[in-house]
Design a binder for this molecule. Structure first.
Ligand code: SF4
Ligand code: SF4
Length: 100
């Protein structure tokens, strides 16, 4: 799901107050390496250090950002600061429900 979709808030907050079940959430981002210009703004802005720069270059000759961590909170900061619209997509994924 891309942040800003109409279902984002319900996906993020829905059913979390259920006392019998808790949905495990695995957040992540995807980055289109070929669209990245290597500015590193997302790397600096991520509060959880989830993004790093690849040691490789994309086909346009730029170093590109890569997602590296499962600590992502789906805050969306990287999405909003990236000057290359559509390069970063924020996903908030549910795995569950799981009995508590
Ligand atoms: S959504 Fe937030 S926590 Fe996740 S990678 Fe982007 S800036 Fe970091
Ligand atoms: S902010 Fe966007 S263009 Fe800049 S390094 Fe991150 S993904 Fe690449």
């Amino acid at each position: 799901m891309q942040i800003g979709d109409s279902g984002y808030l319900s996906a993020r907050f829905g059913k979390q107050n259920n006392s019998m079940f808790r949905e495990m959430v695995m957040n992540r981002i995807t980055i289109i390496a070929e669209d990245c210009k290597g500015c590193r703004i997302c790397v600096k802005r991520c509060p959880k250090n989830c993004i790093t720069m690849s040691p490789h270059l994309n086909k346009n000759g730029y170093p590109y950002a890569e997602f590296k961590s499962d600590e992502c909170t789906a805050c969306g900061f990287c999405y909003y600061v990236c000057p290359e619209l559509g390069t970063i997509t924020v996903h908030e994924e549910k795995q569950g429900p799981r009995n508590e």
